[in-house]
Design a protein. Structure first.
Length: 139
């Protein structure tokens, strides 16, 4: 079944909804493990640094985006660990599905930037087309 679940998060409402679905699925499978991945986008990082965020503030902002998800997993006693990657979210998430055999990838349908989505395409769309495991897109 879904023993190894990859959960892609970005701090958006859709990623919180995706986390809720991942928790539901993981709670049905004894010994399920959830890998929470947050990909720190180079372009967004660049903008935050330019706008005077110190490294500590930058790290704190990232942790705040992940915290609701980890609290949810802790509350439900689901074994999990966190991966923070740097790069372009779509390709980085797809690469994770190639590097490890996940049974399911759970991702929100839209992230934080509707303008970038229109210009570049959504991360979830790219992941659905290239991931090497089943993908659940949550709206």
């Amino acid at each position: 079944m879904y023993q190894q679940i990859l959960l892609a998060v970005d701090g958006s409402e859709n990623s919180i909804r995706a986390a809720k679905e991942a928790v539901k699925i993981a709670s049905l499978v004894e010994g399920a493990e959830v890998t929470v991945v947050y990909v720190s986008d180079y372009k967004e990082d660049e903008n935050e640094v330019i706008h005077d965020a110190s490294a500590m503030e930058f790290d704190l902002a990232r942790r705040k985006k992940i915290q609701p998800v980890t609290e949810m997993l802790d509350r439900e006693k689901i074994f999990h660990h966190i991966e923070v990657l740097h790069g372009i979210p779509g390709p980085a998430i797809v690469q994770m599905t190639k590097d490890k055999q996940y049974n399911l990838l759970v991702i929100g349908s839209r992230g934080l930037s509707p303008i970038r989505e229109v210009m570049l395409g959504s991360v979830s769309h790219k992941v659905v087309n290239h991931a090497e495991c089943p993908v659940l897109v949550v709206r």
